[in-house]
Design a protein around this ligand. Structure first.
Ligand code: AMP
Ligand code: GLY
Length: 424
């Protein structure tokens, strides 16, 4: 780092560690702050004791410390309108406004937008009363999908293979309010079958960058069993990814979505994450997210050849077309190392050891870790603890490198990971 830009990153996961790692490579940058960050980010940036949802203290910090640009990781900060608040003060910030972020934060909004603009997606119906929802789900054929309308950290989606399960989930959401207000309104949608891909595009309101795609493993256990999680591993590019598919997705999904948000008066700026299923009839949208994926960020950022800070500055000036966004012609595999119990209850505070025995070919991104300054060592502090990423000329090479480096290592007590990431 030899430039003079002061950067603030908001968030605390491995995604934000990957952002900090990438930003540190920029020649434009002098200082990186991260709020609140984690044990890993404390080694390459200055962690701040400010939560990602404490928008007023984030703003105070950015103003008083002359931050040149703020980069937002999680959807929770975006939903609270961090971008609106910073922009109103004339500060540069990367991410969509609260209104444009509705594309992720309200499934109902996203579905209406797709329907109104002929963007291919699963058929759906929205309900805000339990009795109507119950009557409907018992009248349609299985399987189908029930989703909480609001943000639910991946816990608000249920694939129903029986009416009993469907009724139980509906009751939990709409009567017991297990996810609070997020589940008071629900969407019931058609089950789509096919390969799932996560597609990422930089957007400046009007223009979009070249796209990059990854495949994420959402289920906890090998063989795609167990509950949904935030993601247990990812690889890029997806199997069978090609230029024709990429163009099809740009023309039929991404451009129409960006134009639709513009014409609503809420242009989208930031990174757009389209969660798609490649069905027999073509790609269809499962969901949009208004941020980088986690663990997909840890997979795709190491493939980004372009200077991320230069790119973000161009986006903030609505000049994305001035930069050629280039992705390395390599493959990447990321493996999430979790604490047993995740995504439900898990212990924290396990001492970590053996990180130094991991080869330099592996990028180690921290999530739920903390630096214990008295012992100068890391302890676990979350469910997803680390992501290990390796690049290779093919997926097999990258995958072997990751697993060879982790097999037979015990980095902390009750460590857990999937054994089948990118194993075909
Ligand atoms: P979401 O939070 O909407 O991404 O859903 C979480 C996961 O549930 C997705 O990544 C899919 O694996 C699965 N899923 C969601 N909706 C559908 C659907 N309509 N058809 C098939 N699988 C789905
Ligand atoms: N890996 C899925 C997500 O970030 O939503």
């Amino acid at each position: 780092m030899s430039g003079n830009l002061r950067i603030l990153i908001v968030g605390k996961g491995a995604r934000e560690h990957a952002l900090a790692w990438k930003i540190k490579q920029s020649l434009l940058v002098s200082d990186i702050f991260i709020a609140p960050g984690n044990g890993g980010t404390s080694q390459i940036a200055k962690n701040l004791d400010i939560s990602e949802t404490d928008i007023s203290n984030l703003l105070n910090f950015a103003v008083s410390e002359n931050i040149d640009i703020t980069i937002v990781g999680p959807e929770s900060s975006l939903e609270l309108g961090i971008v609106n608040v910073f922009k109103a003060r004339g500060l540069k910030i990367f991410g969509p406004t609260k209104e444009a972020a509705l594309i992720e934060t309200s499934k109902d909004f996203a579905k209406k937008l797709m329907l109104d603009n002929d963007i291919p997606t699963a058929d759906y119906k929205t309900f805000d009363t339990y009795l109507d929802a119950k009557k409907y789900v018992n009248s349609i054929s299985l399987p189908f999908v029930i989703k909480a309308d609001g943000l639910a950290s991946g816990k608000g989606v249920f694939i129903a293979n029986s009416y009993d399960e469907a009724n139980k989930f509906l009751h939990e959401q709409m009567v017991e309010e297990k996810l609070g207000v997020a589940g008071k309104k629900i969407v019931v949608e058609e089950f789509l079958s096919g390969q799932e891909v996560s597609v990422f595009t930089f957007v400046d309101g009007v223009n979009i960058s070249s796209i990059v795609a990854a495949s994420d493993y959402k289920k906890l256990l090998d063989g795609d069993l167990g509950p949904n999680t935030g993601g247990m591993g990812a690889y890029s590019p997806p199997v069978d990814w090609n230029e024709i598919l990429s163009k099809n997705i740009k023309d039929n999904i991404i451009f129409p979505t960006i134009r639709a948000l513009s014409s609503l008066g809420t242009p989208y700026s930031g990174i757009l994450y389209s969660g798609l299923i490649l069905t027999k009839e073509g790609p269809k949208v499962l969901e949009f997210n208004c941020r980088f994926g986690d663990p997909e960020a840890q997979t795709i950022l190491p493939l980004l050849k372009t200077d991320l800070v230069e790119l973000i500055l161009k986006i903030s000036d609505n000049k994305l077309d001035d930069v050629n966004v280039e992705w390395a012609d390599q493959c990447a595999v990321s493996l999430v190392i979790a604490s047993a119990g995740y995504p439900d209850d898990y212990f924290t505070g396990y001492a970590m050891s053996g990180l130094e025995s991991i080869n330099d070919s592996i990028l180690v991104f921290h999530a739920g870790t903390q630096m214990n300054s008295s012992s100068n060592s890391f302890v676990t502090n979350g469910g997803r603890v680390l992501t290990l990423t390796s690049l290779g000329k093919n997926l097999q090479e990258a995958r072997n490198d990751v697993y060879e480096n982790i097999n037979s290592k015990q980095l902390f007590e009750n460590m857990f990971y999937r054994k089948d990431i990118a194993n075909f």
